[in-house]
Ligand binder design. Structure first.
Ligand code: ATP
Ligand code: MG
Length: 434
């Protein structure tokens, strides 16, 4: 064992840059989000699956593609000092899920619908909505040709926005064709860039012959300008891909899910083909993508599996949470039904029993811990956000009663209510009544 690093006793340690803590005051939003997406995914017949945060580096290089932003400059890769293995903190969720699906022969009995949520890591410059550790909610449909399931995941996502109360999210779709169509498009694209070489930055020039479609995704102003007149991939589509794309649009129409066709969507990973889509918001000034995905019909084979046409998406959880209004949500996910205030040994015992019986009845109850006067305990009860304070003193214990003081209304607003005396056996009923 190497000696552990010496840390001066007074040094405060800080989180890694671009990696955030989620404190109790913010976690209500997260729980609301998780509960909502889980419920909706289950309503559509999706099942949960979870894979490790660390995967062998070649998994991402082979799937996402060598000449992409993620693989070229954003991956947290390291060598396991104990055995020399090359490992990477997952920069997205699809590759690991596909690896696991192949390993477990998950589609043996037919196609499967999967959802998952978890941390992903990218070494980017941190800024609003861009972190080095962030979370994705992710959906994958393994073994489906589409376009029915392509439409399904967009319809499902549209429902998620409605249930989260978001109405300023726009769906943009595109088709990236199949590998043949892309290679004929590639030639046209290279000629276009060669005719505009002076406008390309070094990165674009470097990618011109290795991965020209990546240049369409550039964020450099002069390149964005050249991209405006670039040939359109949709014009290179043959009958089958065109029919797939048209049928997807019809299905979205039928389901009343509005969309626009945006031929500039190329997505940041090489594994996509045919359907590509993004959900975009203009809430933060410039357009921000909060969810992106597409079809990856060749990925299973590329990773050593059987042909398994598939589609999926990744939703940036932090970006979605930036759009949620906290006030209303917090209340639901943070509210305690009761806070039990107690003084004296017999009251402490009675409080413990009362708390457990209320929890048996499904209520959320905090029992005061740490002693203190009634007055200071009542302050804690107030601060807890609980709807009621339940007060137990010697008198109450002797009489077998509880003093109940309402603290909050149904919306979580503080109220000044009359104190009532109830019996222990009616406590659960009393708390439920409002
Ligand atoms: P961008 O173009 O903003 O870099 P991307 O194309 O790299 O996004 P994807 O790889 O498609 O994004 O990831 C899916 C979603 O994850 C994005 O739509 C976005 O909401 C979110 N996301 C991507 N990178 C970050 C990041 N560094 N921090 C927070 N969220 C992110
Ligand atoms: Mg990116």
């Amino acid at each position: 064992m190497e000696p552990t690093q010496k840390i001066a006793p007074k040094t405060t340690l800080q989180a890694v840059r671009g990696m955030n803590d989620i404190l109790p005051a913010d976690s209500g939003k997260w729980e609301f989000f998780e509960a909502t997406v889980t419920r909706v995914a289950r309503q559509y017949g999706y099942r949960n699956m979870r894979t490790p945060i660390v995967e062998p580096t070649p998994l991402f290089v082979r799937s996402i593609g060598e000449v992409t932003d993620i693989v070229e400059k954003e991956m947290y890769s390291f060598e396991d000092k104990l055995n020399g293995e090359k490992l990477t903190l997952r920069p997205e969720l699809t590759a690991g899920l596909v690896r696991a699906a192949i390993e477990a022969n998950l589609t043996y009995n037919g196609p499967v619908r999967i959802y998952t949520m978890g941390e992903v890591f990218r070494h980017e410059r941190p800024q609003k909505g861009r972190y080095r550790q962030f979370n994705q909610f992710d959906v994958e449909c393994f073994g489906f040709d589409g376009p029915d399931v392509d439409a399904e995941i967009m319809i499902m996502t549209a429902r998620i926005w409605r249930e989260l109360g978001l109405n300023d999210v726009r769906l943009e779709i595109n088709s990236l064709g199949n590998p043949d169509e892309r290679s004929s498009y590639r030639e046209k694209l290279i000629s276009h860039y060669e005719a505009n070489l002076t406008a390309l930055d070094d990165e674009a020039k470097r990618r011109l012959h290795t991965n020209p479609m990546r240049i369409l995704d550039s964020k450099v102003a002069s390149v964005i300008e050249v991209n405006k007149t670039a040939p359109n991939l949709l014009d290179s589509l043959q009958d089958e891909s065109r029919a797939h794309f048209e049928s997807l649009q019809q299905l979205l129409h039928d389901a009343n899910v509005p969309f626009v066709v945006n031929p500039r969507i190329v997505r940041g990973m090489d594994y996509y083909n045919r359907t590509a889509f993004e959900f975009v918001t203009d809430r933060f000034g410039s357009p921000m993508t909060i969810c992106g995905g597409g079809r990856y019909d060749g990925l299973f084979e590329q990773l050593g599996g059987k042909p398994t046409p598939s589609i999926g998406f990744g939703m940036g959880v932090e970006r979605v949470l930036m759009m949620l209004d906290d006030a209303a949500l917090q209340a639901d996910y943070e509210r305690l039904d009761a806070y039990i205030v107690h003084a004296g040994e017999s009251a402490r015992l009675a409080a413990g029993k009362l708390a457990e019986s209320l929890r048996d009845a499904g209520l959320a109850v905090a029992q005061h811990a740490g002693g203190g006067s009634f007055k200071s305990q009542m302050k804690k009860a107030d601060a807890s956000g609980a709807r009621f304070a339940l007060i137990l003193g010697d008198n109450e214990v002797a009489a077998g009663t509880i003093a109940v003081k309402p603290l909050r209304d149904a919306k979580g607003n503080a109220i000044v209510g009359e104190q009532a005396i109830i019996t222990g056996s009616s406590a659960a009923e009393h708390l439920r009544r409002r």
